[in-house]
Design a binder for this molecule. Structure first.
Ligand SMILES: *[C@@H]1O[C@H](CO)[C@@H](O)[C@H](O)[C@H]1NC(C)=O
Ligand SMILES: *[C@@H]1O[C@H](CO)[C@@H](O)[C@H](O)[C@H]1NC(C)=O
Ligand SMILES: *[C@@H]1O[C@H](CO)[C@@H](O)[C@H](O)[C@H]1NC(C)=O
Ligand SMILES: *[C@@H]1O[C@H](CO)[C@@H](O)[C@H](O)[C@H]1NC(C)=O
Ligand SMILES: *[C@@H]1O[C@H](CO)[C@@H](O)[C@H](O)[C@H]1NC(C)=O
Ligand SMILES: *[C@@H]1O[C@H](CO)[C@@H](O)[C@H](O)[C@H]1NC(C)=O
Length: 342
């Protein structure tokens, strides 16, 4: 390692604080190296470097502190893994959280990349007990950035998914690529803010399934809320019993999982045991929509607007939608764009 080079970039290395286990913040000129952690005040969450599964790469992430099986809920550098234990997290002179590797101190691996107007020396990053990493101005107490606005594949209680029209920020989940690779996967869960807001799972740009918003029906612990006004359209939920550890996660195969930690068994349990008929990918074929709520009409599949079943006999009589849908022949209907192959 080229130590002279390191010391030239003194802003990273002026002080290397020894972190006690109770440390939940970093400020300007402090650093977190691979092996250091931030621990939220009530010991709920930890932030640090990890390697998922069999991966040999290092990622900066947040995981549960009270759950024995390491379960990561957020990843900073999901598409830019660090090679070896060379990662350093710090707050730079502009007041941004930046992640560097010793191997390249010039170009950050990841950064919050926000413009902070206040005096940068007042900026503090704190890991909260909700699992939210918040960068805020200590004097005005205003938040400049938070990890809850940049979710990975997990929706935690208190997190909002959806659109803030005032800032243009749209928050959605994107699956990991595999159990050992948190890189941007093919599935996303998004709130469609147009018309009556709905929750959709996409495969790339392709519309895959519509989900029931009635999350509260799924579990006694969940209090789901849905807000739609001129400023915001979002879904959120809270958990009525604070001792319950619960998360919603879009896994790498595109399934939305509702998972609860069972302390007595020492493992995660999916508490919604009934699988949706819409879970298998492609269940309703090309240009088909799968909606579990259609079951009240005795079949969960439908075609996108402007499309009709390719084989009406299979579709209507055999309830086999795998042939998918084709563009309606006579009608020229405007397509909403969701189902187009790009
Ligand atoms: C951070 O380090 C720089 C470079 O040594 C120093 O000029 C500055 O005063 C430090 N800031 C704080 C808040 O300690
Ligand atoms: C990671 O480091 C090893 C050993 O230094 C090197 O052989 C390998 O090419 C590096 N990989 C990447 C992706 O940087
Ligand atoms: C930071 O954000 C600006 C605009 O907000 C963008 O142009 C730039 O590419 C971003 N930089 C990085 C490193 O993400
Ligand atoms: C994502 O989709 C592309 C295109 O079909 C495919 O090649 C790739 O394997 C998929 N990736 C994952 C992680 O499933
Ligand atoms: C559920 O959440 C809403 C909105 O956050 C809140 O107003 C309501 O009091 C909560 N209900 C319960 C039973 O916790
Ligand atoms: C929308 O935001 C404006 C300005 O922040 C606020 O005055 C207004 O009450 C908000 N409306 C709703 C419905 O929350």
């Amino acid at each position: 390692m080229d130590f002279r080079k390191l010391f030239l970039h003194s802003s990273l290395l002026v002080l290397h604080f020894a972190f006690s286990s109770s440390k939940d913040t970093i400020t300007i000129n402090q650093t977190i190296h691979d092996g250091d952690f931030l621990i939220s005040r009530e010991n709920n969450f930890a932030l640090g470097f990890f390697s998922p599964g069999s991966s040999r790469f290092r990622y900066l992430g947040i995981w549960y502190r009270k759950v024995r099986e390491q379960t990561v809920v957020w990843v900073a550098n999901r598409d830019d893994p660090i090679n070896g234990s060379s990662g350093v997290l710090s707050i730079d002179q502009y007041g941004n959280l930046v992640l560097h590797s010793y191997h390249n101190l010039k170009v950050p691996v990841w950064s919050t990349n926000v413009s902070v107007e206040a005096t940068d020396t007042c900026v503090v990053a704190q890991l909260l007990d909700t699992g939210n990493l918040v960068l805020f101005d200590d004097r005005s107490k205003s938040t400049v950035w938070e990890s809850f606005d940049h979710p990975t594949d997990t929706m935690l209680p208190g997190m909002k998914l959806g659109l803030d029209r005032r800032t243009g920020m749209n928050r959605f989940l994107i699956s990991w690529r595999s159990a050992a690779d948190p890189g941007t996967g093919n599935f996303s869960l998004q709130i469609n803010p147009k018309g009556s807001p709905q929750v959709f799972i996409y495969w790339g740009t392709k519309y895959l399934a519509r989900l029931s918003l009635a999350l509260e029906k799924l579990c006694i612990y969940i209090n789901a809320s849905f807000v739609n006004n001129q400023n915001e359209t979002y879904a959120a939920y809270s958990v009525s019993d604070a001792s319950v550890i619960l998360r919603l996660m879009l896994d790498y195969s595109g399934l939305l999982k509702k998972i609860i930690w069972q302390e007595k068994d020492g493992k995660w349990n999916e508490f919604q045991s009934t699988k949706s008929p819409c879970d298998p990918y492609g269940h309703c074929g090309t240009y088909g929509i799968c909606d579990p709520e259609f079951l009240s009409r005795r079949f969960e599949c439908d075609c996108l607007p402007g499309y009709e079943p390719k084989s009406p006999r299979d579709w209507h009589i055999l309830k086999d939608a795998s042939g998918g849908c084709v563009r309606k022949r006579l009608e020229s209907t405007s397509l909403c764009g969701h189902g187009k192959d790009l």
